[in-house]
Design a protein around this ligand. Structure first.
Ligand code: GLA
Length: 344
């Protein structure tokens, strides 16, 4: 049994393909260097002691009785419950949690936490790590059933399957993940905080998801992956605009993959702008603070800029050419490796 180990779950930035994951669509995210670290020590007693160092808070519960809770405790209890339910034989553990990715800021702090917790709990019990796509599904059940946010698989797959210097083209219908080299030359991707933070569970996220389900029902299709622009036109507002966003963002993912292969960064910028316009006008998940942050990146000379993640606040992403000087507070982001476990 390992005496102590550390699991790291990275946050993610999504280059393009937003609100497409739960519609069986396409996305192009990458793991970043910021994330959540869980240090785990095995304990003799069949109990879990968890300490959230950043929040100066603690939780403790019996391994076989993780009752529902709110806030960060929901993630820990959900991780224990879902792993046990999937057949992982857990042991008692003390977990110390610390993060560098801002919470509720569109950089996937939630998935980073789920991924680091599950990997730490599996490793400290000396159990075999499951297939990472299966683990991503398990992590998303923690978020859906324990935290109450009906999010898709984008963040968990990006965090678990990330590859250095690559974005991942994820097809959420087949769950195929294809690394795509992200070579930006002298240009760079930066994130900028809009200053407005959100919680997926409390925001309009679940409402958007319900609207997509309603659109499918009216169109008589299983998933919006099968929708077309003509179908969108036949729906009442706002469903028509929601479907239009999903259809066009799927197209933009493959256009971005092609543009990256051609090193056509002007085109990537154009696609980022088009995605932002669609998320603002069709999906309606932008806010005044987000628009101001996008405006600051564009004023600085960004080739393109857009809101990322669930929306209603959070960070925005910009592609800056070498000639542009990043606005105050902008942070460069590069694709890093996926989640890791290190024994100590
Ligand atoms: C959040 C969710 C993801 C995805 C994005 C929007 O990050 O956790 O599943 O739906 O929003 O693309």
């Amino acid at each position: 049994m390992p005496s102590e180990l550390t699991a790291f779950g990275p946050g993610r930035v999504n280059l393009i393909g937003e609100h497409t994951d739960y519609n069986d669509g396409l996305a192009l995210p990458f793991a970043i260097s910021d994330g959540v670290t869980v240090r785990a020590q095995p304990q003799r007693e069949p109990r879990v002691q968890a300490v959230a160092l950043d929040l100066e808070a603690e939780d403790e519960f019996a391994l076989d009785d993780p009752a529902p809770a709110s806030g960060w405790c929901a993630f820990v209890r959900g991780a224990v419950a879902e792993l046990s339910r999937s057949g992982v034989s857990l042991t008692g553990a003390r977990l110390e949690i610390q993060g560098t990715v801002p919470r509720g800021a569109g950089l996937s702090s939630s998935a980073a936490l789920e991924v680091a917790l599950t990997l730490a709990l599996i490793a400290v019990a000396d159990e075999r790590e499951p297939d990472r796509i299966e683990l991503a599904k398990l992590c998303s059940r923690i978020e859906n059933d324990w935290v109450g946010a009906q999010t898709g698989l984008l963040d968990q797959i990006a965090s678990l399957c990330g590859e250095q210097d690559h974005a991942l083209r994820i097809d959420f219908r087949s769950l195929q993940v294809e690394p795509v080299a992200l070579e930006l030359g002298d240009s760079k991707l930066v994130t900028l905080d809009s200053g407005e933070h959100h919680s997926n569970a409390a925001s309009g996220y679940n409402q958007r998801r319900a609207e997509c389900a309603e659109a499918c029902q009216r169109l008589g299709i299983q998933t919006l992956r099968d929708a077309t622009l003509e179908m969108a036109d036949g729906l009442p507002d706002p469903l028509s605009r929601r479907v239009r966003h999903v259809v066009t963002d799927n197209q933009r993912v493959d256009q971005a993959v092609d543009a990256l292969a051609r090193h056509d960064l002007e085109e990537i910028g154009r696609l980022l702008d088009a995605a932002h316009e669609s998320l603002r006008d069709c999906y309606e998940i932008s806010t005044r603070a987000v628009e101001a942050a996008v405006g600051r990146l564009k004023d600085a000379g960004a080739l393109g800029a857009r809101i990322i993640g669930g929306g209603f606040g959070g960070h925005v992403l910009g592609l800056l050419p070498a000639s542009a000087s990043p606005p105050d507070g902008a942070i460069e982001v590069r694709p890093g490796p996926g989640a890791t476990v290190m024994e100590q």
